[in-house]
Design a protein around this ligand. Structure first.
Ligand code: COA
Length: 254
């Protein structure tokens, strides 16, 4: 079965991570499937709402680290960057249902969702610095805006995980649920949105987001350049190799 499942029913396109053996970490092929699903959502009149979900135990462990080592994304046409551009530009509402860990892009993609529902086991983290990397998905812009600078520094400089209650408090999450109910609740909210007049929903989203669409696109491009370069540098190579070898990274000479 595919590592990304895409299913559209009653106007709701659901994108599910389906790679539990690797904690739903995301490969280049998976980004390509997600980019394509988002593109369809952006243009297909039959799709009125998008839901992104994992299962009860894990949302996503972020980018596949083996992929980062062996075939790091190159150029702005890489599937990960296409996916990010498509999710940021989606004119229709996007709902995320997050249970368990949401690492790296598993958290940063949430800043491009309109509603986020979290299981009480949700754990968010953006450990880019710990991996010798910099933020992506315009998170260097959007996290300080939402969290305030100092909390953003905890999340992005220290790379510390934060949990469902803290995410609710800063406004990243709309509601906390038992993990067995998160995906179903997100679907119910999606059905509610799908029943509303799409033109009004889209106009409202455009007006709420419109003011900074250009700034987001520009920051994403800027981050993408640094991120692409840093992926190939010694700090990131050491972090990825250490993860694969199940040891602590040694940054003492970097
Ligand atoms: N890329 C590739 N493989 C990954 C992965 C990733 N991002 N995340 C987990 N895996 C693999 C593990 O290597 C392990 O493989 P193994 O069975 O061959 O040993 C398997 O998935 C299970 O992961 P494990 O770490 O044992 O699960 P856990 O429940 O103890 O921890 C996480 C879950 C998500 C907290 C932990 O796996 C993790 O921190 N992953 C890395 C996250 C990361 O740094 N992502 C990059 C962000 S830019």
């Amino acid at each position: 079965m595919s590592d990304i499942l895409v299913h559209t029913e009653a106007g709701v396109c659901t994108i599910s991570f389906n790679r539990l053996s690797r904690k739903n970490s995301i490969t280049s092929d998976m980004y390509a499937a997600m980019a394509e699903a988002m593109q369809a959502a952006n243009t297909d009149a039959a799709i009125r709402v998008v839901v992104i979900q994992g299962d009860e135990t894990i949302f996503s462990a972020g980018n596949d680290i083996g992929d980062f080592l062996e075939k790091p994304p190159s150029g702005e046409d890489a599937p990960v960057f296409r996916f990010l551009r498509n999710i940021a530009a989606c004119p229709k509402p996007i709902i995320a249902a997050v249970n368990g860990p949401a690492v790296g892009i598993g958290t940063t993609l949430l800043f491009h969702c309109d509603l986020v529902y979290a299981g009480d086991n949700a754990a968010f983290s953006m450990p880019f610095v710990n991996l010798g990397l910099c933020p992506e998905a315009a998170s260097s812009l959007l996290v300080p805006q939402m969290f305030g600078y100092h909390r953003a520094a905890e999340a992005l400089l220290l790379g510390e995980a934060f949990f469902a209650e803290a995410a609710l408090e800063v406004g990243l999450v709309n509601k906390i649920l038992p993990p067995t109910e998160t995906n179903a609740f997100a679907q119910a909210q999606a059905r509610k949105l799908a029943a509303k007049p799409l033109s009004a929903v889209m106009a409202t989203k455009r007006l709420m987001k419109g003011g900074q669409a250009d700034a987001v696109a520009q920051r994403m491009a800027e981050e993408g350049q640094s991120f692409g370069r840093m992926l190939r540098e010694p700090a990131a190579r050491e972090a990825f190799t250490a993860f694969m070898e199940k040891r602590k990274p040694d940054f003492s000479k970097l």
